[in-house]
Design a protein around this ligand. Structure first.
Ligand code: 4AD
Ligand code: MG
Length: 431
């Protein structure tokens, strides 16, 4: 393991002389003192350079340091009651690794487009740093949840011949003369995995050519997708609420101060406790009507409807049994009413919209073939998938949770563009 002193754990070096390596976050000088705010990626600490303590040229160099210059600082770890960290460094030596050019991101206000163009630098800002730290925890929590609950990781391919979520959002690419698409979802492959391993999940980037500019859509986003053999829609909803409460609890345990720094209403998050309310699509349409929104039965909900629905609940709400006609081809129809599908969405509270989509899969060969045709899909690329209904077909279910929307909700961010290190959107391919 790499041995070095991190600012995050500086307390354990109290009284010792340490060397920290990082970048200059900010600087203030007064007479014989330079106060350097040093950032090392794990935290920020004040380093005090006193003229009497260092060589003259070092004091001079410290005075000329520009924002984001790379420096190595040696000094004693002292108590400092005024700093949030409780410690500061009394500098005895300073090495300038690189004197930075004038830094484009300054403490003044910048527009979003400017910041997005400088995303590779913007990542260093404290707010972005906090968000991406929480994202990292959320991703680890997803893996931990499945790894410790008997699921096997089955990675799905990125290149695929199949349209899983409709043909309108496919990114097509040339695969040695054959048509291939960037995957919209690993679902079809984890279904194969579930028949081999029972309980599986995949976790990777997924792609959709979303042509609409909304605050909830990226063209490249990450999805975690569990799939379980011999599980029905009820089991699927149980799994989703257990999983989501686990993630939120993990973040609350580890990032309370970070959430507060983001001005997230932590109490609202604390209400993310099982069981989540469950309502059918039909009940949801009635609820919308009560709230003054006339929504024609049969049409899928958009962001606006989801926001109105979620506002009636203090925690995520599960909406189930959507009309089959507005959902994907693989969904199993309700045996009691074939107009609706055995599917569900989880809507996050406070207007963050759908974070989970899933349900029970059609397990009958002929029914599935009929649906593929009904959705105007060519059957040939689905032949392997149909095999799963030819050799030991069983009821099975699963869902996909979108990481970016989950991060947006948990961190309380208006737009998903800040939830991923390098967002890809309709008009954004750089950096
Ligand atoms: O509801 P979706 O389309 O479901 C599926 O893809 C299923 N095949 C998953 C499964 O059952 N295994 O997408 C699932 C989730 C959504 O609830 C949302 O959180 C996220 O993926 N999502 C997006 N996130 C960001 N940008 C987009 N363009 C997204 N599209 C879907
Ligand atoms: Mg969906």
């Amino acid at each position: 393991m790499l041995e070095r002193v991190d600012i995050r754990t500086i307390a354990s070096s109290y009284g010792e002389t340490v060397t920290l390596q990082g970048w200059l976050y900010n600087k203030r000088s007064s007479g014989k003192l330079h106060f350097l705010q040093l950032r090392d990626g794990t935290g920020v600490i004040q380093c005090v350079v006193f003229k009497g303590d260092v060589e003259e040229d070092v004091f001079e160099a410290a005075g000329h340091l520009t924002q984001e210059s790379a420096i190595r600082v040696t000094g004693e770890v002292r108590k400092d009651e005024r700093s949030p960290l409780g410690f500061e460094i009394g500098v005895s030596a300073l090495e300038v690794m690189h004197q930075a050019e004038p830094y484009p991101i300054t403490p003044k206000e910048h527009g979003t487009a400017f910041l997005m163009d400088h995303r590779h630098l913007w990542l260093r800002s404290s707010r972005q740093h906090t968000i991406l730290t929480i994202r990292s925890t959320i991703v680890a929590a997803c893996r931990d949840y499945y790894d410790t609950n008997g699921f096997t990781l089955i990675d799905a391919p990125i290149f695929t011949p199949n349209a899983c979520e409709g043909t309108t959002t496919l990114f097509a690419t040339d695969y040695f003369g054959e048509d291939a698409y960037l995957t919209q979802s690993g679902q079809l492959y984890v279904e194969a995995g579930a028949m081999a391993f029972g309980k599986v999940y995949c976790f990777g980037p997924t792609f959709r050519a979303e042509k609409s500019k909304t605050r909830r859509h990226l063209t490249e986003f990450w999805m975690v997708e569990p799939e379980v053999a011999y599980m029905d829609l009820d089991g699927d909803m149980d799994l989703a609420e257990d999983f989501i409460s686990f993630i939120v609890e993990r973040v609350l345990n580890r990032h309370r101060a970070d959430l507060e720094a983001l001005e997230r209403d932590v109490e609202a998050l604390e209400r993310t406790q099982k069981p989540f309310p469950r309502i059918s699509y039909t009940e949801a349409v009635d609820l919308l009507k009560e709230k003054g929104v006339d929504h024609p039965w049969g049409e899928d909900f958009g962001g606006d409807e989801e926001t109105v629905l979620a506002a009636s609940f203090d925690r995520p709400v599960i909406v189930h049994h959507y009309p089959a006609a507005c959902k994907a081809f693989y969904m199993k129809a309700d045996p009691a009413d074939s107009r609706v599908a055995l599917c569900m969405d989880v809507l996050a509270p406070e207007g963050y919209g759908e974070i989970v989509g899933g349900g029970q899969r059609e397990d009958d060969l002929e029914e599935l073939r009929r649906k593929i045709a009904e959705h105007d899909l060519d059957e040939e690329p689905f032949n392997w998938y149909l095999d799963l209904r030819r050799y030991g077909s069983v009821p099975h279910a699963g869902f996909g949770l979108g990481i970016e929307r989950t991060v947006a909700w948990i961190c309380g961010l208006r737009h998903v563009r800040e939830t991923i290190p390098f967002p890809r959107m309709l008009q954004r391919l750089t950096p």
